[in-house]
Write a protein that binds this ligand. Structure first.
Ligand code: CA
Length: 220
């Protein structure tokens, strides 16, 4: 019993939201606009966003990396938790989706904190490393193409200071990571990364069974 997780019925999920969610109106509107999008399931749930904002506060985040922006919910929720002189480097390849993101960042008054880089994220991360920014970031969220997660992780780990936190999204990939017969490249890549992280003594590790599996890696 102690090893089990409480399963969330729709009613219990509603209760959880009712007693804990504090979603600012601008985030709610962004979420509702994104819900009409064909790829709406790429957006994180509001409870996960609130959790990430709390984590950013816990590590005293001022410099943040985000890999995978989509329509900007996670960057907005974290940017709102940063001090006014905080900075969030947001990496994405889509002008189209980040146009929505930029509109809401403006409206929420956090656009000045967000440095959007439209380019392959590996190029942006390499540029930050080449610019001597290793060890200067406090918090990172990795939520982009799954086969590249490990490459994002290695660069991100260099960019973080000791005590900096990496949050990875979708690490249970709908449960498919646990299926040894699974051949989808996303599931295989995430499974390989899960195994690597388990043995990685550069970090403190926790894989949380919330949302689609959220891994926390705290740099030693
Ligand atoms: Ca995701």
């Amino acid at each position: 019993m102690s090893r089990k997780h409480l399963s969330l019925s729709p009613a219990l999920n509603d209760y959880l939201s009712a007693v804990s969610l504090r979603e600012p109106e601008v985030l709610r509107r962004l979420r509702e606009e994104t819900a009409t999008h064909a790829l709406a399931n790429m957006q994180i749930a509001p409870e996960q966003g609130q959790f990430m904002a709390l984590l950013a506060r816990l590590v005293g985040a001022k410099n943040v990396l985000e890999i995978g922006v989509f329509t900007g919910y996670s960057s907005l929720v974290v940017a709102l938790a940063l001090p006014d002189d905080g900075r969030l480097v947001a990496c994405d390849v889509s002008e189209e989706y980040t146009t929505v993101a930029r509109r809401y960042w403006q409206e929420a008054g956090v656009a000045h904190k967000i440095d959007l880089r439209i380019a392959p994220a590996l190029d942006t991360l390499d540029a930050l490393l080449a610019d001597a920014q290793a060890g200067t970031f406090d918090f990172a969220f990795i939520d982009a193409d799954k086969p590249s997660y490990d490459a994002y992780y290695e660069r991100t780990l260099h960019l973080l200071r000791p005590g900096g936190l990496v949050v990875f999204d979708n690490m249970l990939w709908g449960g498919r990571v646990a299926d040894p017969k699974e051949e989808a490249p996303q599931a295989r890549a995430l499974h390989a990364l899960n195994q690597k992280l388990q043995a990685d003594d550069r970090i403190h590790l926790s894989l949380l069974p919330i949302a689609d599996g959220v891994t926390l890696a705290l740099k030693r």
